[in-house]
Design a protein. Structure first.
Length: 358
């Protein structure tokens, strides 16, 4: 079968590889992939990896490069192992891509699987990924999707789970004012998740005007800010009660300037949620952290139990994740029309899905 594999930075190849076994292991499921999203993590691996992709066998999954990419995906069950009971051939599923020990480890025993020290990810440190015709995963990685959820939306559950968890970490509630730094896919989904939770007013900052225009078209009442022209904290204070600042600021870039904007814009006793991955240490004004009496919280992936809740949110229309999709392409054009298009600093693309049926 065909698969898009990472070999090294700037070296993605459409390879012919062996398909998963027709008879999967007892606890595994083989999926015929339908749609897969290109994630920011995939872009980082392509640009200057390997980062998460192991060059030596992973201690839990034993996977290493070359790696089939793709961890935001869904499809149709092709075959199941003898011990699988939750899904059957023909079922449409969404993939939760985190793999880890299920027992006998501090975090696993507490149900905090996403914090496992042995964590592996389908599409980054597992033998299979979504950017291929087929993938084999564990039974606990697949969730049968509601009838109201489309195949495209099944591939959007994973990034939406990141956004929902970021809002959970910030305890975003009805009536909260929220600033999101970064109008990329995760930032856009965080805005949708915050709105689904009843947050208002909403603010978003980004240096790319095309992305700000996109977000404004998606949520017309969101206040958009380009920090190269105006200071997010000033805009936020002018538009919040008593010029206090926002209740919650969610950083979705992994950029030190964006984090500092969050610190400036958040009110006293507010909350900052760090969702973007910073590539290096980031100096912060810790006097202001103390003086403003704020909380700073990390948000890593998502608890694996979020899948049913996120699927319900999308299927109900309360969180219309498909609004962030700007382009659909075939696997054969993934690098020039997908990866390179998303890496264009002045580009207009936000979320690109690869259609594996093309």
């Amino acid at each position: 079968m065909q698969a898009l594999r990472f070999h090294a930075a700037k070296d993605l190849r459409l390879d012919d590889i062996a398909a998963p076994p027709a008879r999967p292991a007892d606890d595994e499921v083989v999926i015929r992939n339908r749609f897969v999203g290109i994630c920011g993590t995939d872009l980082h691996e392509y640009s200057y990896g390997p980062i998460f992709i192991p060059t030596e066998p992973h201690p839990f999954s034993h996977a290493k490069a070359p790696q089939v990419l793709g961890h935001e995906f869904g499809g149709v069950v092709e075959a199941v192992g003898a011990g699988v009971t939750s899904v059957a051939p023909g079922d449409r599923v969404s993939v939760q891509p985190l793999l880890m020990p299920r027992t006998g480890e501090h975090y696993a025993d507490r149900g905090l699987f996403h914090l496992s020290g042995s964590l592996a990810l389908v599409g980054l440190s597992w033998g299979w990924g979504g950017m291929a015709e087929l993938a084999a995963v564990k039974e606990y990685n697949v969730f049968k999707v509601p009838d109201a959820l489309t195949d495209e939306e099944a591939a959007l559950v994973e990034p939406t789970a990141v956004a929902v968890y970021a809002c959970d970490r910030g305890r975003v509630a009805a009536g909260n004012s929220v600033l999101v730094t970064g109008a990329g896919p995760i930032g856009a989904l965080v805005l949708l998740a915050a709105r689904a939770a009843g947050a208002a007013p909403l603010f978003v900052s980004d240096v790319n005007d095309a992305r700000l225009d996109f977000v404004r078209a998606m949520l017309p009442d969101v206040v958009t800010i380009n920090p190269s022209r105006e200071k997010p904290g000033d805009v936020v204070r002018a538009a919040t009660d008593g010029r206090a600042g926002v209740d919650v600021a969610i950083e979705c870039v992994g950029n030190e300037h964006a984090l500092k904007d969050c610190l400036d814009a958040v009110r006293k006793q507010g909350v900052i949620v760090q969702t973007g991955l910073h590539p290096h240490e980031n100096p912060l004004d810790w006097f202001q952290v103390t003086f403003k009496d704020i909380d700073i919280r990390g948000s890593w992936c998502y608890p694996t139990y979020l899948w049913p809740r996120v699927m319900r949110l999308i299927a109900s229309g309360l969180l219309p994740a498909k609004k962030i999709v700007t382009k659909r392409i075939g696997l054969g054009e993934a690098v020039p029309a997908g990866f390179e298009a998303l890496l264009d600093p002045g580009g207009t693309q936000v979320k690109i899905l690869i259609d594996l049926s093309k």
